[in-house]
Ligand binder design. Structure first.
Ligand code: OSB
Ligand code: MG
Length: 368
């Protein structure tokens, strides 16, 4: 399979409600989509990078630059496969989200050319996955309770609350009291705490949280290990896990006992599967994280989350939780689950007219 042309599309998708984390608030998602045209079939990729480099160092304009100037040129004239992409792009350091977008497009084209679903290629074993919802920091506890109840009424199987210093124990206590002991509840700090906040975080222990996600800085594995020794609540890492190697180190150090797997953050679906396999071999629970994906990235993530080791519900919500309109037909909840697409490749189709309505910029690349 050889690349003939690539379209890099920058789009803006307005969010249904602003999403606030400890990093700040966003009211729209800027996304980079990649349409890969090959001699066999065309494929779509979605880059997880956000507008600003706050969650990770990658950001949309940087990803576009490295894809155009450094990643695509390495593919020119070569015979491509999903596995070969990793090797071909490995000499470029970092830029995992940019690499993952290309790998995803190659997977899609590869599957379409062979009439194989991405789910079957990656090794999915379940027809549907439990849906979880990630709730940003709202204006008040009353507003939080209202949105939690709304999502539970829609059927979500797990609730995740964003927290930060000053917005932690009180909202968690209020939500736990309202929803009762049986609903799966977890929190995500997006690295907003310091090792000195240990006592504040032990105050979350009475609320039976499934996990506490990324309390400390991305590079502080030892700090997380020390904190894990003090808390009853299991620690899950997100930002810190950038590869199967870092996942292995974090687990061996005791920095976490659960892993959030995001394909973009770790450089692609194959690396994501390696972390899944590692976790299964150690009996560690994993779940699939999200980056407010469009229907394209969502299709791929839902397929990944259908691998057998994804034992906890992911940050996988219906499209309507994020967007009024999406670039594909929306993913809907079916009895609290999202159904894994079974068609060739990602198994979803892009609505060109709607895509055009979101367009900010369009660039093209061709092998010289
Ligand atoms: O920390 O998991 C995170 C969104 C953007 C960046 C980082 C995170 C998130 C989410 C939302 O929590 C996940 C989703 O529903 O897509
Ligand atoms: Mg997170």
């Amino acid at each position: 399979m050889r690349v003939e042309r690539v379209e890099l599309l920058t789009i803006d998708l307005p969010l249904v409600t602003p999403f606030r984390t400890s990093y700040g608030s966003v009211d729209r998602e800027r996304k980079l989509l990649l349409r890969l045209l090959t001699d066999e079939a065309a494929g779509w990729g979605e880059c997880a990078a956000m507008l600003e480099p706050l969650y990770t160092s990658e950001y949309v304009d940087g990803a576009r630059d490295v894809i155009m100037g450094h990643l695509l040129p390495r593919l020119a004239g070569l015979d491509l496969s999903p596995e070969r992409i990793e090797t071909l792009l490995a000499p470029v350091r970092g830029h995992r989200m940019a690499k993952a977008a290309i790998e995803m497009a190659v997977f899609d084209a590869w599957g379409r050319a062979r009439d194989a679903s991405f789910a079957s290629l990656i090794g999915a074993t379940r027809p549907a996955v439990a849906a979880g919802v990630s709730i940003g920091i709202p204006a008040s506890i009353a507003a939080l309770l209202e949105s939690v109840e709304g999502y539970l009424a829609q059927g979500y199987r797990r609730v995740k609350l964003k927290i930060e210093p000053g917005w932690d124990v009180a909202p968690v206590a209020a939500v736990r009291e309202r929803i009762g002991a049986d609903v799966l509840l977890q929190v995500d700090a997006n690295a907003a705490y310091s090792p000195a906040d240990g006592e504040r975080l032990t105050a979350l222990d009475p609320f039976d949280l499934l996990l506490l996600e990324q309390p400390l800085a991305e590079d502080d594995l030892l700090g997380h290990a020390a904190l894990a020794g003090r808390l009853r609540t299991p620690i899950c890492l997100d930002e810190s896990i950038t590869s199967a190697v870092t996942a292995d180190h974090a687990l061996r150090l005791g920095a976490c006992s659960v892993v959030n797997i995001k394909p973009g953050r770790v450089g692609g679906y194959l690396e994501a599967r390696r972390i899944h396999d590692l976790a299964v071999s150690r009996g560690v629970p994993v779940w699939c994280g999200g980056m407010l994906e469009t229907g394209l990235g969502r299709a791929a993530n839902v397929a990944l989350a259908a691998l057998p080791g994804f034992s906890l519900p992911g940050d996988l919500s219906a499209s309507g939780r994020y967007y009024e309109a999406d670039v594909t037909a929306p993913f809907e909840l079916v009895d609290g689950h999202l159904v894994v697409p079974t068609g060739p490749g990602l198994g979803v189709e892009v609505d060109e007219e709607r895509l055009a309505s979101f367009m900010v910029e369009r660039e093209e690349w061709r092998p010289a």
